[in-house]
Write a new protein. Sequence first.
Length: 323
Amino acid sequence: MNVGSNGIPARELPLSARAPGKCIVFGEHAVVHGAPELVFAIDLSTQVFVKKSETNRLNADSEGTRRNDYFRSALELAWKDHSPVDVRAISRIPKAAGLGSSAAFVASLAAVLSSASGGIDRPRLAQQSFEIERAAQGVGSPGDTSTAVAGGFVAINGGSGELLWSIRAPERQWDVRRVSDPGWVWVVAYSGIPRSTAEAVRAVGARLGAPGGPELLEEFRRVAKHGIDALGRGDRSSVAELLKKNQELLREVGVSHPRLEALLEAAAPASEGAKLTGAGAGGSVVALPVPGKEAELVRRLARAGGLPFVVRPVPDGASLVEG
Ligand code: MEV
């Protein structure tokens, strides 16, 4: 297959690949319903090591295909050979924290299986990773998987940058565009409360389908659109204000949590703007620090019981680790 200049080339097992986690700046949940979203790839990643085996195994567990829906659907959708494989996954991304651990696992595993199936170009890897995640979760948008495949900053259904690819599902299509990195430092803090993306997505879907829902969705759309434009022109104070507005909307659709609100309150004196990031109902917050107060912000979030990280956007998406 012609995989293009930045696709995943054909190789034979054993193979390894790595993909980054993600941080959603604007538009989570609303993106599932077609609104814009802004996401960047973070410098925490998952690496998978895959070799031939006598039975399918994930991290030494021969029940892996039964216990892990992502593993099972990756084998079904990305592995042409269907012979058994042993997969070991090592991740620095906290699980169920809103930071894209499942998308990074799916994209890195799909990259290996597609490489061993003859290679794949990046748009197809993005479509395939979305389909694997969607088959495992039952719901969702391609924001997380496309970011794990593209790296850098991406806008879904927004912005005016280069069109990387379009992702298709039976009910709609999402356009994925490149956004340039303004070079800011971001701080993320995990609340320590794991949550289920699928449950949160279904609950928000019900809220947006109830009276007043379409107006709320329109507000989500407006905030994310302005947010993408503001970040694109490096307008930090507008981005900060829009982060706060986006948090109000997320609170209104019921996916904030007392622990997240406590972290946002603790962050306020050292951050220009902050919000939950990911599915919410637990998970993590993202904050844009007041310049010069990055260390104070980290201290405040840690004192309030969060697990803070300074995250740097990384330009590279899923790739084979060769040599
Ligand atoms: C989860 O990281 C982001 C959500 O918008 C779900 C999705 O887009 O698939 C909540």
